[in-house]
Ligand binder design. Structure first.
Ligand code: BYC
Ligand code: FE
Ligand code: FE
Length: 473
């Protein structure tokens, strides 16, 4: 491994050999820090936080753990090792050598994909910037900051590609990534879920469970790209993504566990009476973040997706597991709402046009495995309630089930009026949100202590104890 740690921008891309690129990125760096100081975690920037930093891409030692002040975090540029003689694994160019540069005819499309990916990273940091002030424990606070600095690194990953391969347009896009703001009316982030508020910790756990998991699937699809630098950078991002989903899945699991404990302490099994989050409220938060995250896959039937696939820009997750990499002949049977009536009709969609749905299939299965693990916690404690993933048709704002159509969580069509009348049964109401926030009104920052509505983790970070002082006063 080359020595990288003492460079201004840590990297494994030989940045010092490309002075022009190095200068451009060193010019972007203060803008990034400016953005971080303004839009990053509020109130904790001067604290020492126990963080892992990526220092290489090798499995046996890519992470280094130590106390760091977040603005001094060493955000670096890391690509996974090149696969020798790598070939395009799908689409019209199947079997041709991958590209080390951007083919002119795909320049705009690739830039757009990279910008869309890049935009989500700072967006999530913005969405989460006030959570530190209401943290359940120091362990959770540290995990939040770990996720935040790594999303910052993912932004660096996309900005590297923009600067290195897209010339002036790329540099302008890199500026734009620091200018849009989550939830801002005039300059919103690009994708829907990234403009939604994350202003309580249950939402944070659901977001890292469901929305970061969209990240996993999108990154897996981009890791198949014929544009090799994109493939290599997303492959390394995936190793960091695993921790974000761990934070989400185990976060919700610790809430489920605590809720079960509190139910057992109450003569009516009433978790709220014991200061916890009841299971129906958990289900509503799940419904919300799962449906917002389903939207991130785009429409079920998409000519964009077909052309990304045809051109070798974006594949399916783990493309090698499929038999037919051309996808010219197959169809994907789907239930599609008929124009006008909205009644569901079976339709065979040409496979390439259904690539968003194919990617979503893998995602849905992956989510279900997590939900099964939560339900096991309930079963083990003798509670009969089960959490469920709602139908893919429920509460959609993108794709064939949006556009004024409404469905209940079982997928049954509803009139507009019925939806308006009943949606608070399925999505967090203003009262639910106020209740959840009331449980988190006061941050708990004493080592080993935790708010009442969530259980302590069974293990700490990097072999430290759960009660370790992860963020120093
Ligand atoms: N919100 O054919 P369609 C992550 C637009 S998360 C707003 O349906 P397509 C992370 C679409 O852009 C992973 N607009 O979809 C997680 C298009 O616009 P134009 C992020 C949307 O193009 C947590 C139109 O609707 N990575 O990393 O096949 C924390 C029709 O498009 C939405 C990526 O997204 C939406 N939800 O696919 C931190 C990968 N959905 O062209 C980070 C890169 C669609 O008509 N992006 N639209 O103006 C892509 O691959 C594709 O852009 C999408 C959409 C999958 C998002
Ligand atoms: Fe990310
Ligand atoms: Fe993430």
């Amino acid at each position: 491994m080359t020595a990288i740690s003492n460079e201004k921008i840590p990297n494994n891309v030989n940045l010092s050999e490309d002075k022009k690129l190095q200068r451009a990125l060193e010019q972007w760096q203060p803008s990034f820090l400016n953005w971080w100081n303004q839009m990053g975690p509020e109130g904790f920037q001067a604290r020492d936080v126990y963080l892992r930093t990526a220092i290489s891409t090798h499995v046996d030692g890519w992470a280094h753990y130590d106390f760091v002040k977040m603005p001094e975090y060493r955000w670096g540029i890391f690509l996974a090792d090149a696969v020798p003689d790598r070939k395009i694994g799908f689409g019209d160019l199947l079997g041709q050598p991958v590209w080390q540069d951007v083919p002119g005819e795909h320049r705009n499309t690739l830039r757009r994909l990279i910008v869309t990916q890049g935009d989500t990273e700072p967006a999530s940091v913005e969405q989460q910037r006030l959570l530190g002030q209401t943290c359940p424990s120091l362990y959770d606070l540290r995990n939040l900051f770990q996720v935040n600095v790594e999303e910052g690194r993912h932004l660096w990953a996309m900005v590297y590609l923009l600067h290195r391969f897209f010339g002036r347009d790329g540099r302008e896009e890199a500026e734009g990534l620091l200018e849009r703001r989550s939830g801002n009316q005039d300059k919103p982030r690009i994708l829907g879920a990234f403009n939604e508020p994350i202003d309580d910790w249950l939402s944070f756990y659901m977001f890292t469970m469901f929305t970061d998991r969209d990240g996993k699937y999108q990154l897996l699809a981009l890791a198949e790209s014929g544009f090799d630098p994109l493939s290599r950078t997303t492959r390394f991002m995936l190793t960091e993504e695993a921790h974000h989903m761990f934070v989400g899945e185990t976060g919700v699991q610790r809430v489920v566990q605590r809720t079960a404990e509190l139910m057992k302490q109450d003569k009516n099994e009433d978790a709220r009476a014991q200061g916890g989050i009841d299971l129906p409220t958990l289900q509503k938060y799940l419904n919300l973040w799962y449906s917002l995250s389903l939207d991130l896959f785009g429409s079920e039937v998409s000519t964009n997706a077909a052309s990304f696939f045809a051109a070798g820009l974006k594949g399916r997750a783990k493309e090698e597991k499929f038999e037919d990499h051309l996808a010219m002949e197959g169809v994907y049977p789907m239930e599609v709402p008929a124009a006008g009536t909205g009644a569901l009709e079976k339709q065979d969609v040409p496979l390439r046009n259904a690539m968003n749905e194919v990617l979503r299939d893998g995602y849905v299965e992956d989510c279900q495995r997590g939900v099964d693990r939560w339900n096991k916690v309930l079963a083990d404690r003798g509670i009969s309630f089960r959490l469920t993933l709602p139908s893919r048709r429920f509460h959609r704002q993108q794709g064939i089930f949006s556009n004024g159509l409404h469905f209940d969580p079982s997928g049954k069509p509803l009139s507009k009026d019925e939806w308006a009348r009943r949606k608070d049964e399925w999505l967090p109401s203003a009262a639910d949100r106020a209740y959840v926030k009331s449980l988190q009104a006061k941050a708990v920052v004493e080592p080993g202590k935790i708010q009442n509505w969530v259980a302590m983790p069974p293990k700490g970070v990097n072999a430290q104890a759960p009660e370790f002082e992860y963020v120093r006063a």
